[in-house]
Design a protein around this ligand. Structure first.
Ligand SMILES: C[S@@+](CC[C@H](N)C(=O)[O-])C[C@H]1O[C@@H](n2cnc3c(N)ncnc32)[C@H](O)[C@@H]1O
Length: 313
């Protein structure tokens, strides 16, 4: 009887210990060095003012638990050798630089939120007087830091405010439509205003690319390219062979989900919000929308929003 009681209480203790450690892990306390500190407060209290080589303060593994859903997607994407995407290269890049340069004569002191692989910069990063690049992906930040050891990079979720961080120009390009959580979206906009001393450039969607016409168009483009790759001729036969082409590309399920899915997001890493609805955040923080430039690239769904501070020096 005594032995059974002893066994029972030992099992109960093991169960309790297991439950507690799972709770601790889920709540971000898995890092033994973490102790009882509130990591979020700790993270926010750290000043970051353009000092090179202070980039990894945020890269402690446990802190990734506080990161948004985007973390997993981008870390895997860059880990597999992926790039920042079409918006950072070619015609799209040229157009964005033309817009930025039409407003700012000298691009000198920059905070780049969601900096990605720096394709957008070509080789300009080394020529700036100050550059601070922030991204949620440790992989891409490490790569950037190795490439530019004297520039400051930081692994962080853009939704977390970094106290003391200030720059004349804040860029937030091709980031906002990747933010899935509404509260995080709101916090990021607040942070852009917090960091900027003068200019904010936001490139994001002005229209909804998930409407039915856009979906049909992109499915059609995909079908044509799949048909070309499978060398089906003439092309119109491809449409009769549509299900077969899709099955062969191994994406039938994904394409059907895409066609009948939600009308504002892809359920994975892209979400449309009406950016105009959020302009009051900039207003409230004394930034005026001085220009809106619609991009001729990517089906014309992207726009550069240019804000300038109202506060006089
Ligand atoms: C499409 S890329 C754009 C990169 C760069 N801004 C450009 O225009 O070339 C989006 C970037 O945002 C980063 N990102 C996504 N969610 C983020 C978040 N919550 N905080 C910080 N960076 C984030 C991704 O890791 C990725 O590098």
């Amino acid at each position: 009887m005594k032995a059974r009681l002893l066994l029972g209480s030992t099992l109960a203790q093991i169960l309790l210990a297991l439950t507690q450690s799972t709770w601790a892990w889920n709540n971000g306390a898995a890092d033994p060095s973490y102790g009882t500190r509130d990591r979020e407060t700790d993270l926010m209290a750290r000043p970051f003012v353009h000092s090179p080589n202070r980039s990894y303060d945020h890269a402690l593994s446990g802190q990734c638990l506080l990161f948004s859903d985007e973390y997993q997607y981008w870390e895997t994407h860059y880990g597999k050798g992926g790039s920042s995407g079409e918006g950072s290269v070619g015609r799209s890049r040229e157009w964005k630089w033309r817009i930025i340069n039409s407003h700012v004569k000298e691009v000198d002191d920059v905070i780049d939120i969601g900096c990605g692989d720096l394709s957008f910069w070509e080789d300009r990063v080394s020529k700036l007087s100050h550059y601070f690049g922030l991204d949620i992906s440790p992989t891409i930040i490490e790569r950037n830091q190795n490439r530019y050891p004297d520039r400051t990079f930081c692994v962080a979720d853009a939704k977390m405010p970094i106290l003391g961080l200030k720059g004349r120009i804040v860029l937030c390009l091709d980031l906002l439509f990747h933010i899935m959580d509404d509260d995080a979206f709101f916090s990021i906009l607040e942070n852009l205003c917090r960091y900027s001393l003068e200019w904010i450039f936001v490139f994001t969607w002005c229209g909804n690319p998930f409407n039915l016409a856009w979906r049909l168009r992109s499915l059609y483009a995909k079908l044509v390219s799949a048909a070309r790759m499978s060398r089906i001729r003439p092309l119109r036969i491809a449409f009769l062979k549509l299900p077969w082409v899709l099955i062969r590309s191994g994406q039938l399920g994904q394409d059907i989900r895409f066609l009948v899915g939600p009308t504002h997001c892809d359920g994975r890493y892209q979400k449309y919000r009406r950016f105009e609805k959020y302009l009051e955040i900039f207003e409230k923080n004394d930034f005026e929308l001085i220009a809106k430039h619609r991009s001729p690239c990517c089906g014309g769904v992207g726009t550069m929003y240019v804000f300038h501070t109202r506060a006089t020096a």
